[in-house]
Every structure is written in C-alpha cells, then in structure tokens.
Design a binder for this molecule. Sequence first.
Ligand SMILES: [Zn+2]
Length: 416
Amino acid sequence: MLNRKHAGNLLTGLTIFVILIAIGNFLRPDSQAIDQVIDQATQHRFRQVALASVNAERKAQGIEKEVVADSGLQDWLNEQPQSLISNAAGISLDILLEKLPSKKLTLSHASLFCISAKSPDSLAGRLDFWKDAFKTSTNVVAMRLYRSSKSKIGCLLIAAKKVPKFNLTLFNNGHSEFYVTCRNCNKSHIGKLDKCGLAIAMKCSHCNRSYDLIAADMLGNYHRANHYLHGYRPPPEIASGATTRIEELTALWAAVVARCRYSKDLAGLAGKKDSWQAPSDTYSFRNGDCEDTSLLLADWLISRGFNTRVVIGHAPGKGEHAWCVTELEGRQYLLETTLEKIPDRPPETQLEASRYHPRFSFDRQNIYFVNGATRNVSDYFSPDLWEAFSYPGSAITRVPSVALHPLQTSKLQTHP
Ligand SMILES: [Zn+2]
C-alpha cells in the first residue's frame, strides 16, 4: 500500500505585506542638503547600534531569535538612487517597496519604516517605532541613513521575513518553512512542510497543478521520486534466453515477481509511514511493497533500454498503489509487480484503464503529472496528457543503500 500526502494545503499563497509608516516631522527635502551623502562609516556604525538595540529589545520581549542584517537586502537598499531615498517621506516609499526583488531575496513579507531625527544618536533612540522589527516572524533587516533636511537625518528600515528556498538537504536537516516557486505558473508560495514519512506531492495553490514528488527512504530522508531509479542493472543471466523484446520484458517482470515477496513494513501497516527502498535493496531483501518492487522492475527495464515509468495512483480495491508501464513497438504495457503469478504476456494499458488510475509517474530524468482527469487513462506516454518536469541528478550517491549482514557467530573453542 502506498501512502501519500499532499503538500498543497500546507502551502499558502505568498503575500508581500506593505506597511508604510512615516514617523517624524518630515519636511520637503532641501535640495542642497540631500546631496550630502552620509558616509559609509557612519552608516555602518549606525547599523551596528540599531541592530544591537533591536535585538536587546526583542530579548526583553521574550523573543529569542535575533534579527540579522541581510547582505542581499542591504546591498539592494544601498544600490537605490540617492534621490529616491532622500524623497522617501513622499510617495516614493511605495515605489521603493514595489522595486524590492522579493523573489530573488525569498522574502515572505517586508515592511518599510521611515523615521527622522536631528542626529544618528537621537535616531537610534527612536527605534521603538520600528514595530515590525520586533515581530517574532521578522528575521532580517536592512537600513540606510539619508539627510532629509539641513537639520535632520532620516533612516529607512526594511524589516522582513526571509525564508530559504526549498531544497531537500535543508528539509532533511530539519528546516520546515520554505519559499517555493511553482514550476507551472511561476508564482511563489511560502509555507511549512513537515517530514511525515510519506511521499509528498507538491501542488500549487495558485494554478492547482502538481510539480514535484518526494519520498522518504528507510532512514527517513527525502529524495526526489525519480532519484530512486539509481541505475541498477539486472544480473546478465536474467532473460538471457529471450529472442524478442516482449519476451525479454516478460522475463524481467517474472523475475521481479518471483524474487520479491510482497510486504508492508509495520509503520506502513499503520498507515503512518511508507519508506521507499533503493532497487538494489529490494533485490537483496527479496521483499518490498508495491512501489519498491515497481522501482526495481523499472530500473532493470530502463537499464535494458526499455522506455519505462513507475506510476503512482489509485487502484480500486488496492487503494494508493504503484505499478510500471512500458512502451514497446507502439504498444503500452502495464506491469503489476504484486501478483502471485504473472500471465504469459503483460496486458496492454487500455485493458487495465478502468482498474488503474494514474496521477504521477517518473523515469530516471523526469517526474510526470497527469493533466486533467485521471480515470480511464490508457496513454501513459503522451506529452499532451502528461506534463514533464526534469529533476536531473542521479540518486546513486543520494539514496543510501542499507546492507544487512548475517549475524556473526563465534566458533566454540574446543579443548582436547
Ligand atoms: Zn502554480
């Protein structure tokens, strides 16, 4: 039984919250005064004082996580033209935030504050006005001083929440909040994703289409579904007597079915976990559940040059299920690996269309998602029906292969 969890509902749409707060008695900028650029040393010193004050205040409020100066955000703010910064008290605050490359910086929200005072020291004393800097969710800031008039200094502060881009290494190391960009519509999401021991299909809440499929191995680490096909080859003697390709296909299918006993691990029985096995492990262990044996068969067939995919979907009576499909000489065959005994020849997919409802499939290079209805699918290879997403990289070094050794027994010492 294959268990799967959708991440779609875990991911919420990204919102850039725009908060514009202008505090202080702003005057129309004095054109001579604003040309006086505040030197970098003063800027740097102010940033250090301000950051220390903000973090001290956060700590006093019981917020353990410190905000840090984000170099990307700071560089961006430093690059903005002096005229725009100096006029920040006016309408250009909106313009400034609109220019913020949130996607590049992976910010989930950003707020812009603007205060002014007579000197950098008195500015630092007004930091309590930067409310968003004291929000628990804020983790990065950037700031820039400017001269707002002859007698006043202004400061722009961006307080933002930065989230890492989704990647499996971070996810496997315990990160759960990510910035994800949909590979269909290019819209961004931010949300939490928890390691649940089940395969996870990522679905976009904007376009409602899937674009990624990851699954946990026996150690609980996640990998892309297609990376489980790590290039495992069948022993040369298997199907060596076949004289046609269909005979070779059938012999490889028969070898997997004969070798591997169908089993579910105990956690899988409770429906809580479903780890995927590397094909070489399934071969060594001589057992596995539907996706384990499908992975083994697909990897073998691909190694022998068959155009084969592992398919994940629903099979009435079996629930969530996995099987293989192969395209050969203009026909498509469906290979069920949990049978006790296989027929002489694999059935063509159209004969099984009412019993197998695919949702995702993959080969070594791509993960494919069905466009539209999943019922009565008999064409598993049409690019019109299946949207392909390339996830390059082999799992040869990524999916751990767990070697089990027999127990060592010591020989009894006998004494004459
Ligand atoms: Zn989308």
